[in-house]
Design a protein around this ligand. Structure first.
Ligand SMILES: [Zn+2]
Length: 232
């Protein structure tokens, strides 16, 4: 934005400068014609000379300046994405510790399954969740034990992000790019969900079956649950 403003004023300066040069040349011609007593032929040759000087001046000094201010904008900082060999990026930058891996487990809270169909990665509420791959948002709603849940689909994959913030920033049907922020880690407690059976120890409704803010990520290929860590 600032760069655009600077460019805009720079262009204004160049235009003003050109106008001043033009007026100065007109004054020289006028002075030589009326006071110096130039002939019409002399006036024409002077005009051509000054016009040539003007064109050379503009092309040598100003066109490179103007090009310099506009052409580099194509290089908008491309984000460096840390692709793994499967072509995926990690869904929750900055957080890698798993609190609960994929597979059999002792359910940590009432209503959580004893077979864990995904991985849990603890992170504070508001942590960015990014698309691991280009894809389409195919589900976005409260989904039982998953709480507020987003599904990203591509090829045969369905990747679910559970316990997310209910203030959604994408919509079902959106096509998102790999690395794009698609949601945030949600709060532990959510209110106003009709029929939500999940509650914490104080009886307050929770964002699905959860004991604290985290991302639960689930992978399905052709509807079969897979261990997400097999892909990272
Ligand atoms: Zn989980």
């Amino acid at each position: 934005m600032l760069i655009k403003f600077i460019n805009f004023f720079l262009i204004l300066e160049v235009v003003a400068f050109c106008r001043n040069i033009f007026l100065a040349f007109c004054q020289i011609l006028w002075y030589n014609y009326r006071i110096g007593g130039d002939s019409i032929q002399k006036l024409i040759s002077r005009t051509i000379f000054l016009f040539a000087v003007f064109v050379i001046f503009i092309s040598v000094f100003f066109i490179p300046v103007l090009e310099g201010t506009t052409s580099h904008r194509v290089l908008e900082n491309p984000e460096i994405l840390d692709l793994n060999p499967n072509g995926f990026v990690w869904p929750i930058p900055g957080y890698t510790r798993l609190s609960s891996p994929f597979g059999k487990r002792t359910a940590p809270t009432g209503g959580a399954s004893s077979f864990h169909y995904g991985c849990d990665i603890p992170a504070p509420q508001g942590t960015k969740l990014i698309a691991i791959h280009d894809g389409e948002i195919t589900f976005l709603n409260f989904l039982g034990a998953g709480g507020y849940t987003l599904t990203l689909s591509f090829d045969a994959f369905q990747v679910t992000y559970c316990h997310i913030d209910p203030h959604f920033i994408v919509s079902v049907g959106d096509f998102v790019k790999q690395g794009q922020v698609i949601a945030y880690v949600g709060p532990r407690n959510v209110y106003g969900v009709p029929g939500n059976p999940y509650k914490d120890e104080n009886g307050n409704p929770t964002n699905g079956a959860t004991t604290g803010s985290h991302l639960h990520i689930g992978f399905r290929i052709h509807q079969q649950y897979q261990n997400p860590m097999d892909f990272f």
